[in-house]
Write a protein that binds this ligand. Structure first.
Ligand SMILES: Nc1nc2c(ncn2[C@@H]2O[C@H](COP(=O)(O)OP(=O)(O)OP(=O)(O)O)[C@@H](O)[C@H]2O)c(=O)[nH]1
Ligand SMILES: [Mg+2]
Length: 438
């Protein structure tokens, strides 16, 4: 089944010139948020070249064109002067608004959701990511077919397009897209089923830890520093689209599984949250979340709030979490006071520099403590002659104390699911004195 490809995207890959536009009502921006700052990062990530930014404070949205008619003309002139053919809006436009803006400016108009979808589509590598993005893209396009046709008409000189874009042709296209969405959803269901079974079988034996956080917070860098796994790290938004899981050794032989996931963003398009359930599966079934926040960003509070609300939305609002303040090496002197206040408000958070390795020992200890708390309290007796089993337990059992009872070693402590499984299936005889596993 074909999925929409990067070449179907609106932005051309070679540094297309764009004008950014934001029309903000009071309260639209977060305290301290620079207008268009994040949109600019998104535009750069998509490979565009920002040649101008237009910001308008509005009392309310103009229903037909979002911003006022006069502003549309101003944008049109500015873009023509600077040689830009595309305008990026920092808002989600209604299908009709997009069409009207196309007409009013004579330019290619994209909204925030479309831009994010563009980025996701060009970065998707695995079949799962491609299918997920494909569904989101088609769902976005469906109510905008009319506008799409106008685009094509203009590109082709307005005549001779498969007999003209009459309502009938549009209806045929609509059915085609609906069928495509159905097929892709069917395929995604199969992929999701496989993925769920895989995650579930891993979760049975292992304590699962998942990295979550705002895009570019340093999740993949932390994954690299903690596990040595060579995951992709980039100073771009949405560098990671696929999840990757690896073993995290915690010292003393204990380990957990750590997963890197897709980054979140403020006002994450709803189509994407809905489509990305398979990718978020790791986070959804994790025993512990590491919420990585970029402490060097002046917008760290707003970013943390956004992440928390997405977590709630996907049903992880109550999962046990360690808050990690990353990039402490990059905090500017003028933000130090703010950061100290933030640390004071979250005394349980772990400050780290994933890049330079600072604070990672404390983080490992915290994870170990949580994994230990999750493990089952047990007292066991093993014959002193069971050398192999005792060696295994020496590194895998969370041991509090031990004593000898004749020829037996008595261990008091906690056993993870993996260790329990090993003890129950091993031919070596282990007697359970306290905390009999169910
Ligand atoms: N100064 C500094 N930079 C860091 C640190 N951790 C990560 N970075 C940088 O931040 C940028 C983003 O890092 P990634 O690890 O790709 O971030 P991510 O959270 O995985 O991002 P997405 O996958 O896009 O959501 C890269 O340029 C990293 O080098 C840190 O502790 N200090
Ligand atoms: Mg990443």
């Amino acid at each position: 089944m074909a999925v929409p490809k990067a070449r179907d995207l609106k932005l051309s890959s070679h540094r297309e010139k764009v004008v950014l536009v934001g029309g903000y009502r009071p309260g639209d921006l977060l305290p301290g948020e620079e207008p268009l700052e994040e949109l600019e990062r998104l535009a750069e990530t998509a490979g565009a070249q920002v040649v101008a930014k237009v910001v308008q404070n509005i009392k309310e949205v103009t229903p037909a064109t979002f911003i006022g008619k006069g502003k549309c003309q101003e944008i049109k002139q500015l873009a023509t002067q600077l040689g830009a053919k595309c305008v990026l809006f920092d808002h989600d436009l209604l299908p009709g608004q997009g069409k009207n803006l196309d007409e009013a400016t004579g330019l290619k108009v994209m909204d925030r959701t479309e831009l994010i979808l563009d980025i996701f589509a060009s970065r998707a590598r695995s079949r799962m990511a491609m299918v997920q993005v494909g569904i989101a893209l088609l769902n976005y396009r469906l109510p905008r077919l009319k506008r799409l046709w106008t685009h094509l008409e203009r590109q082709e000189g307005g005549i001779g397009m498969r007999g003209g874009p009459g309502e009938k042709q549009m209806e045929v296209d609509r059915r085609k897209i609906e069928k495509q969405i159905d097929d892709l959803k069917h395929e995604l269901k199969e992929i999701e089923g496989r993925k769920e079974r895989m995650v579930r079988s891993r979760a049975k034996d292992n304590y699962m830890v998942s990295l979550v956080g705002y895009t570019n917070a340093g999740k993949s860098t932390l994954m690299r520093s903690l596990t040595g796994e060579q995951v992709l790290v980039q100073d771009k938004l949405f560098a990671t689209l696929d999840t990757k899981t690896s073993m995290l050794k915690l010292g003393g032989g204990n380990h957990v599984l750590l997963s890197d996931t897709v980054g979140f963003i403020r006002r994450l398009p709803h189509h994407l949250v809905a489509s990305f359930h398979a990718t978020l599966q790791e986070a959804m079934s994790a025993d512990l979340l590491l919420h990585v926040a970029d402490a060097s960003s002046p917008h760290v509070r707003g970013q943390m709030d956004s992440v928390n609300s997405v977590l709630k939305e996907i049903g992880c609002g109550k999962t046990e979490t360690i808050l990690v303040f990353n990039k402490i090496d990059a905090i500017k002197p003028e933000h130090e006071l703010d950061f100290n206040v933030l640390k004071h408000e979250h005394v349980e958070a772990v400050p780290v520099s994933a890049l330079h390795g600072e604070g990672l020992d404390r983080l490992r200890n915290e994870i170990r403590e949580r994994a230990r708390d999750d493990a089952m309290p047990l007292s066991i007796s093993v014959h002193a002659g069971e050398g192999k089993m005792l060696a295994f337990l020496a590194t895998h059992f969370f041991e509090d104390s031990r004593e000898m009872d004749g020829e037996n070693v008595i261990l008091h402590g906690r056993a993870s699911r993996e260790v329990l499984e090993k003890m129950l299936t091993s031919p070596a005889s282990v007697r359970f004195l306290k905390g009999w596993p169910k």
